[in-house]
Design a protein around this ligand. Structure first.
Ligand code: PNS
Length: 170
């Protein structure tokens, strides 16, 4: 059994400083932390799967405890196949709890050895989500201290036409 390995699954569209903080803290608890990017085909992502993976690799490239992988379908299938028992999830607010608790219980129902370890977000990132960063950035707002520099650069490229239009309208 891989007791000292955990997965940190998510969409990471794109990775934010809130995610970065959870990954760094998770990597202090476990010998290896696998950041697991979901293919989730039903979600309309801004970044492709490869782009999301590359951005995380750019941020954690020098960290030997952090790996990046992808998964499609059930998370616990990935875990079961590799004998991994621990899922890390961040909790930002009480409003996250209901959904996260439901997921944790369902994962354990399908794979009884699976346990979810919740890490409370750092308070300065409690309002940060990938969705809200994309919305604010797309409308011309500054989010430079809420996501890694490589992510900000990648978002600039993605939103170039939209941001240009919003500037012209001002
Ligand atoms: O970043 P997100 O969108 O909060 O991540 C959610 C994610 C991808 C971790 C979750 O939707 C997931 O685990 N999806 C894989 C499918 C699965 O295993 N579903 C059952 C969970 S109850």
């Amino acid at each position: 059994m891989s007791t000292n390995v955990a997965v940190y699954p998510g969409s990471f569209d794109p990775i934010t400083n809130g995610h970065v903080d959870i990954i760094l803290r998770g990597a202090q608890i476990f010998d290896r932390l696998i950041v697991l990017v979901a293919v989730n085909s039903e979600k309309k992502n801004l970044f492709s799967l490869d782009e999301r993976v590359d951005l995380i690799r750019e941020v954690f490239g020098g960290n030997p405890k952090v790996e990046v992988d992808t998964f499609e379908g059930l998370l616990v299938k990935y875990m079961c196949a590799r004998d991994i028992r621990v899922v890390i999830r961040g909790l930002r607010a009480v409003s996250d709890f209901e959904y996260e608790f439901q997921m944790a219980l369902m994962n354990r129902k399908i794979f009884p050895e699976a346990d979810t370890l919740f890490l409370a977000t750092r308070e300065n990132y409690s309002y940060v989500s990938s969705r809200i960063l994309k919305e604010v950035f797309g409308l011309g707002g500054c989010i430079s201290d809420l996501a890694p520099a490589v992510v900000i650069e990648a978002m600039k490229q993605k939103f170039k036409p939209a941001r240009r239009k919003s500037k012209e309208a001002r």
